[in-house]
Design a protein around this ligand. Structure first.
Ligand SMILES: *Cc1c(COP(=O)(O)O)cnc(C)c1O
Length: 416
């Protein structure tokens, strides 16, 4: 996170003062470091360079076109989960050969458009979906490559809403079903069922669940080989955890070291789908304190950002570090107090942080909610008829508006 730093007492993103950004673009405001974005992408690329995988950035983590373009220019592909992301991917100009498409509820029209554009892989999550893709491919006269997403039934220690590889989750198919599909794949005449896909969850900080899942998957692939079925592509998903507070997540290097020996047991080419790891710590949400409200039981810092701008604290109880944009060094004359940092939305669940200590926090002060680059703006909404906020990307000493702030007219544009 060396691109977000204090110079004297002022918080900077790369070489730009956050206070200046707030003055110029207003608050709330998402601010991204282009340098962090690129360096995190390169960390994965370098760690896995011995096998040269196809890295497909998971668009749902942050689908801003400017962010995705930076990564695509670095050589990244895109992992998409909807027709909307497919549309944005085309507009970004990524090669269709670097698009992989997951999701349990792909609609026929989404499948058809993706296929007409010759995307690389569908990651298939059920037999009815496989049948539909086969039918659409037949109609278009295409032989479509697909991977079967396997749910390896692994419980990863992360929030229950972001595990995806446990038997009770809606994702993928179990090993027995996958086996039946591969052994009977001739019946899907328009499909080239040549890949296995897994993605066991998000914000997984240690290698152990990945290792267990991959061992199961690799054994499965080995077993298929003894039946004459060879797997050309293995997609190992995303899920790498990052530092929000005091986590000690595996580094990209450690992750590679743990799993390379396992995946090298197959001859399959590797696809990866990192999202959070690349963009999570490349972004922050800057917000201004509107009111300090002291009650007999609590102090509240009421800020201008809310759960509609960053829902992770409300949705997952997620922790984000909150830093003052102007730091105060402690002296006897200044007070340290605990605050709940809350937004203006009419929900008690609308908070960005609880019991946070600040020195001399006042109305009008700026705060930065750190680690907000992934699942931040991309999960934002217009709840309470709040226009969605602006986003800027910093490159060195330059700031570029990469999404303008919505206006009130934007709020009614699509309504009767
Ligand atoms: C969300 C998602 C990812 C990215 O997960 P991160 O935890 O952000 O790395 C990758 N693959 C699939 C299929 C996903 O749904």
């Amino acid at each position: 996170m060396h691109d977000f730093n204090y110079k004297h007492n002022d918080l900077y993103c790369e070489s730009v003062s956050v206070e200046e950004l707030a003055r110029k673009y207003g608050t709330p405001l998402y601010v991204y470091s282009r340098n962090t974005l690129i360096s995190h992408y390169r960390k994965i690329k370098e760690a896995f360079s011995p096998i040269n995988p196809l890295i497909c950035f998971s668009m749902k983590a942050n689908s801003n076109m400017a962010i995705c373009k930076v990564l695509v220019k670095e050589g990244s592909g895109l992992d998409i989960v909807s027709g909307g992301e497919l549309y944005k991917a085309f507009k970004i100009g990524v090669s269709p050969r670097k698009i992989v498409y997951a999701g349990v509820g792909k609609r026929d029209i989404e499948i058809e458009i993706a296929m007409r554009h010759h995307i690389f892989f569908f990651n298939v999550e059920s037999i009815p979906e496989l049948e539909l893709i086969n039918k659409v491919a037949g109609k278009l006269g295409i032989r479509q490559k697909v991977a079967i997403r396997i749910n390896p039934d692994i419980k990863a220690r992360t929030h229950q809403y972001i595990t995806t590889g446990h038997g009770e989750n809606k994702f993928g198919v179990d090993f027995e079903t996958a086996r039946k599909i591969f052994l009977g794949k001739q019946k899907y005449k328009n499909l080239n069922i040549s890949g296995v896909h897994m993605h066991i969850g998000s914000q997984i900080v240690d290698a152990e669940p990945f290792i267990r899942a991959m061992e199961r998957i690799v054994n499965f692939i080995k077993d298929l080989e003894t039946h004459g079925v060879s797997i050309r592509w293995l997609n190992i998903g995303g899920g790498l955890g990052i530092i929000y507070s005091n986590e000690k997540p595996q580094t990209a290097k450690e992750y590679a070291k743990a799993i390379l020996p396992i995946i090298k047991k197959t001859k399959a080419n590797i696809i990866m789908e990192p999202g959070r790891f690349i963009v999570g710590n490349a972004g922050m949400l800057v917000t201004r304190v509107l009111y300090i409200k002291e009650t007999p039981s609590k102090n509240f810092a009421i800020v201008d950002a809310a759960m509609n701008d960053l829902v992770r604290p409300s949705l997952y109880g997620a922790y984000h570090e909150i830093l003052p944009v102007k730091s105060h060094s402690y002296s006897n004359s200044k007070e340290i107090k605990d605050f709940d940092v809350v937004g203006p939305i009419c929900e008690s669940g609308d908070f960005l942080g609880k019991n946070r200590k600040f020195i001399d926090l006042k109305e009008g002060d700026l705060l930065s909610v750190m680690g907000a680059g992934a699942y931040g703006f991309s999960m934002s909404s217009n709840y309470n008829s709040r226009p969605r906020v602006a986003e800027v990307m910093i490159e060195g000493s330059k700031a570029r508006l990469i999404r303008r702030r919505e206006t009130y007219e934007d709020l009614i544009r699509t309504e009767a």
